[in-house]
Write a protein that binds this ligand. Structure first.
Ligand code: AQP
Length: 330
C-alpha cells in the first residue's frame, strides 16, 4: 500500500483564506507521516481564460504560498503540473474512459459555465475532472486532502481508477479523500451561501494571503452577519456567523464551545474585532515569508526544478506501465 498524498491549487489568482484553510494549512501536518506531492495545477487554470504574464506570476505566487504556509521542500515535492507532460497524456487517456453524462453532472462545470451558457464554455472546462483524475492516479496516490467543493471530482477519479483496472488489469490505486470537519468550505464574507472563491469579483468577499493587516481588518469588520444575535454556532440558522466562527476556530485552534464561551453576552462587533486580530496574527508571518520567497526567485526556482525532477521520475515510470496496458506505441 502506497502512502502518497497528492493535492494542488490552480494559479488562477491570488490565493485566499479559503484555499489556505481548506488546503494549504491542512497539508502541513500531513507531510510528517506521508510522502507528499503538492502541485501547482496550471493546466487546470487555463480551462478559463488567463492573461499569460499574470498566469506566470500567479504560478510563482502559489509556489511561494505553499512554502510560506509551511510546506517543507525537503519532505515534500512541490512542482508545476505543465512541467511534467505525463499529466496531459494520462488526462487524455482518462478522458477516453469518462462518460459525457458523468461530466455533465459536475456541479463545478455547471457553476463555471452558467455565466456564458454551456455551449460557450471551453471543452477543457468540461473535461477538467478527467485531467484531475490523471493528476491523482499518476502517482498511485492513497489520499487527497480536498475541500468539499472537490469531492465530486475525487469520486470520479475513484470511478475511473476502478474502470481502468477492470478493463486493462490492476494498475491504479483507489484514492481516498481527506476532509476536515470545520473549514472544508469557507464561505464568502459577503454572502454565506457562496463559497469564498478566487474568481469572485467582489474584493470584500475574500481575504487574500497578500492582504495587508489593515485591509484584513476592514474586510472582516464589513463581513455580513445574521439577523439573530449571539456568537453561537448554528450553520443552518446563522450561516454567516458560523462561517466567521469556523475561521476563528481555524486560526486560534479554539473549539466552537470555547468560542461560544469567550463571546457569551458579547455582540458581533466585539467578535469581529477579535477575529480580525486573530486572522492578522496568523497570516502576518505567512505573508511576510511569501514576500521573501518572491523577492528571491532563485531559491523558489531551484525548489521547483527539484520538484519537477522528482515528480517526473515517478510519472515517467507509471506512464510506461499505462501505455503498455492500453496498447499504445510499438
Ligand atoms: N472556500 C473554500 N473553502 C475551503 N477550501 C477551498 N478551496 C477552494 N475554495 C475553498 C480548496 O482550495 C484548493 C484549491 O482550489 P483550486 O484553486 O483548485 O480551485 P477552486 O476550488 O475552484 O478554488 P477557488 O478559490 O474557488 O478558485 P476559482 O474561483 O478560480 O475556481 C482545493 O482543495 C479546494 O477544495
Amino acid at each position: 500500500m502506497n502512502d502518497l498524498v497528492f493535492s494542488g491549487v490552480q494559479p488562477t489568482n491570488q490565493l485566499h483564506l479559503g484555499n489556505y484553510i481548506g488546503a494549504l494549512k491542512q497539508w502541513v501536518p500531513i507531510q510528517h507521516d506521508h510522502r507528499c506531492l503538492f502541485c501547482i495545477v496550471d493546466l487546470h487554470a487555463i480551462t478559463v481564460p488567463q492573461e499569460p504574464r499574470e498566469l506566470r506570476q500567479n504560478i510563482l505566487d502559489v509556489a511561494a504560498a505553499y512554502l510560506a504556509s509551511g510546506i517543507d521542500p525537503k519532505r515534500s515535492t512541490i512542482f508545476v503540473q505543465s512541467e511534467v507532460p505525463e499529466h496531459a497524456e494520462l488526462g487524455w487517456i482518462m478522458g477516453t474512459l469518462t462518460k459525457m453524462g458523468e461530466l455533465e453532472r459536475m456541479t463545478q462545470f455547471k457553476d463555471k459555465s452558467a455565466k456564458g451558457g454551456m455551449g460557450r464554455a471551453g471543452a477543457g472546462l468540461f473535461t477538467y475532472p478527467a485531467l484531475m483524475a490523471a493528476d491523482i492516479l499518476l502517482y498511485d496516490t492513497s489520499a487527497v486532502p480536498v475541500g468539499e467543493d472537490q469531492m465530486q471530482h475525487l469520486e470520479l477519479a475513484r470511478v475511473l481508477a476502478r474502470r481502468f483496472n477492470e478493463r486493462f488489469g490492476e494498475t491504479f490505486q483507489i484514492p481516498q479523500a481527506l476532509i476536515q470537519k470545520h473549514g472544508a468550505r469557507i464561505m464568502s464574507l459577503q454572502d454565506p451561501s457562496k463559497k469564498m472563491s478566487k474568481s469572485d469579483p467582489s474584493d470584500t468577499s475574500k481575504i487574500l494571503l497578500s492582504d495587508t493587516a489593515d485591509i484584513i481588518r476592514k474586510k472582516i469588520m464589513r463581513a455580513v452577519t445574521d439577523t439573530a444575535g449571539g456568537v453561537t454556532y448554528d450553520a443552518d440558522k446563522k450561516p454567516a456567523v458560523a462561517n466567521l466562527m469556523t475561521i476563528y476556530h481555524q486560526v486560534t485552534g479554539l473549539t466552537m464551545k470555547q468560542i461560544e464561551t469567550e463571546f457569551d453576552g458579547k455582540g458581533y462587533g466585539d467578535f469581529k474585532k477579535a477575529l480580525a486580530e486573530a486572522v492578522v496574527a496568523h497570516l502576518e508571518p505567512i505573508t511576510k515569508r511569501m514576500q521573501e520567497f518572491r523577492s528571491d526567485p532563485h531559491e523558489l526556482l531551484r525548489i521547483l526544478d527539484n520538484g519537477r525532477e522528482r515528480a517526473q521520475l515517478l510519472a515517467a515510470e507509471k506512464m510506461k506501465l499505462v501505455r503498455s496496458r492500453v496498447g499504445l506505441g510499438r
